[in-house]
Design a protein around this ligand. Structure first.
Ligand code: FAD
Length: 458
């Protein structure tokens, strides 16, 4: 246990066993809370492909028994990212931080990590109910209730980690989901590295001693190859204009020929990689955009949202999973500080105040990175190739969400109770928060913007 079991009298219901739900369950159980998690899917099989777990998350995971070591053993940790144009001409070789303060930046298989988190959570006593969607949530002055599997489950509070299409978010906001079409989708695949071994154009990928991270960029389209030697796997993605009307789902099948058509005439190595993808490994995942969510806790104060439910990230941010894990550490720390049941509404409000400005920026980071790659100003790139860099800033990777909540507890309490000033320090130094909307971002779609417009580029 992290500390003495100060939350032993607290019962929390979590909705969703993705990264946010499991991380929150683990952080609460480590502090002695009684946790039930309800998950719609029947199990964790076939749950995604590669997911980034950067140092700000592995720093928190390092406190979870042997989990970090076990995940590291199965993950990639590339030290270079290569960005080329569509013909394969290298524009930038970016040296990547493989770690921060000794905590690794990992690229892992989502399903395997989810399974490890699940086993660890279960070993701590968290009860996980698969195939049991929550259909209703409600709260009273002293309790919160979910309806799942035809039964009512009462607890002290509900933490909803129900992902981008969160129904709990709609409940809290009193509004339906306001997702906007981005006009883009991503072909995503995860396949055996061996498939690339026989072709002279791709064989070097399999014999490389290092994990590879290669990106090809062009107007409105980019492709990514990553390899994971420890798992003997490769991933290949193509972000493309979404002309069909596929749904926002991680299981919509894609076609190799359609993926190839997006990169017609591009670097032959990329095309040969795509030709090797077996159809059962390929999905077409629609990208929808959502505004930062202004309210994370219910009026009664006993229901809150975490992870993508609270701050829906685009995959290009590379930090959606880490932000979900940070949420769990922050909430558990705050609940431990407030300790007794009546303070749940305060803990949930403090959680939003500590996390909102940071996640509003990381959400924006996903949009900005994709925008720089799709609206490439080739003259500017020729003069300064580093403008294409994948961001790995210290304010993001060097932060400990649990310590931050601990250190800022009194200040945020004074802020919420007495109105005293509170300045976030888990954002870039000197950053002045300004709310933004997807409509504002969309008005810059397809156009160059000044470098000052970007808030997350290094
Ligand atoms: C199937 C799947 C595959 C994914 N694959 C990738 C990937 O390969 N790479 C990547 O970068 N990101 C992937 N993601 C997204 C990524 O996991 C999240 O962006 C990030 O980790 C934040 O986690 P989260 O827990 O907030 O949301 P999620 O990981 O999306 O988890 C939300 C969970 O809530 C469950 N849920 C929703 N509604 C209910 C309900 N009413 N009752 C019970 N359970 C409910 C969902 O089934 C889901 O398991 C995937 C998400 C899913 C659901």
């Amino acid at each position: 246990m992290l500390q003495e079991q100060s939350l032993a009298n607290l019962a929390i219901t979590i909705i969703g066993a993705g990264f946010g739900g499991l991380a929150t369950g683990i952080e609460l159980a480590l502090r002695g809370a009684n946790v039930n998690i309800f998950e719609s899917y029947p199990d964790t099989k076939k749950q995604g492909d590669v997911i980034q777990i950067p140092a700000n998350a592995t720093r928190l995971m390092s406190k979870w028994g042997n989990m970090l070591q076990e995940i590291t053993n199965l993950s990639a940790c590339p030290d270079t990212m290569t960005i080329s144009d569509q013909n394969g001409k290298i524009l930038l070789n970016q040296q990547l931080h493989t770690s921060f303060d000794g905590y690794p930046n990992l690229y892992s298989h989502r399903g395997s990590v989810q399974q490890q988190m699940l086993e660890y959570a279960t070993s701590l006593g968290v009860e996980i109910h698969f195939g049991t969607p929550v259909t209703e949530i409600s709260e009273s002055d002293d309790a919160a209730t979910v309806i799942a599997g035809g039964k009512a489950w009462k607890s002290d509070g509900i933490i909803a980690a129900d992902g981008v299409r969160s129904q709990s978010r709609c409940h809290i906001l009193g509004l339906d989901d306001k997702a906007k079409k981005s006009g883009f989708a991503v072909y995503r695949s995860w396949f055996s590295l061996d498939l690339l071994g026989q072709d002279p154009l791709t064989a070097a990928i399999t014999t490389s001693e290092k994990d590879l991270f290669k990106i090809w960029i062009a107007k409105d389209t980019h492709a990514i190859l990553t390899t994971n030697k420890a798992a003997n796997a490769a991933t290949c993605f193509v972000t493309h204009k979404d002309l069909s009307d596929i749904s926002e789902d991680w299981h919509v099948k894609g076609k190799v020929d359609d993926m190839l058509a997006c990169v017609q005439g591009w670097d032959e190595q990329l095309r040969h990689i795509i030709q090797k993808i077996t159809p059962d490994c390929l999905i077409d995942h629609k990208l929808l955009w959502r505004d930062p969510v202004p309210k994370w806790a219910s009026d009664g104060g006993r229901i809150c949202i975490v992870g993508d439910a609270a701050h829906p990230h685009l995959a290009t941010s590379g930090t959606g999973a880490a932000q979900a894990i940070e949420d769990g550490a922050c909430i558990a720390t705050l609940l431990q500080k407030t300790c007794h049941k009546g303070d749940i509404p305060f803990a949930f409000r403090a959680y939003q105040r500590l996390r909102y400005e940071r996640t509003s920026l990381t959400q924006r980071m996903g949009w900005e990175t994709r925008h720089v790659w799709h609206q490439t100003d080739w003259e500017a790139v020729a003069a300064n190739p580093s403008m294409l860099k994948f961001p790995q800033p210290e304010w993001l990777l060097g932060s400990d969400a649990s310590e931050y909540a601990e250190k800022n507890f009194e200040a945020v309490k004074a802020h919420l109770e007495k109105g005293s000033a509170f300045t976030s320090t888990n954002v870039p130094s000197g950053h002045a928060h300004k709310d933004w909307t997807i409509d504002e971002m969309l008005s810059h779609e397809g156009k160059f913007v000044s470098t000052e417009f970007y808030q997350t580029r290094e």
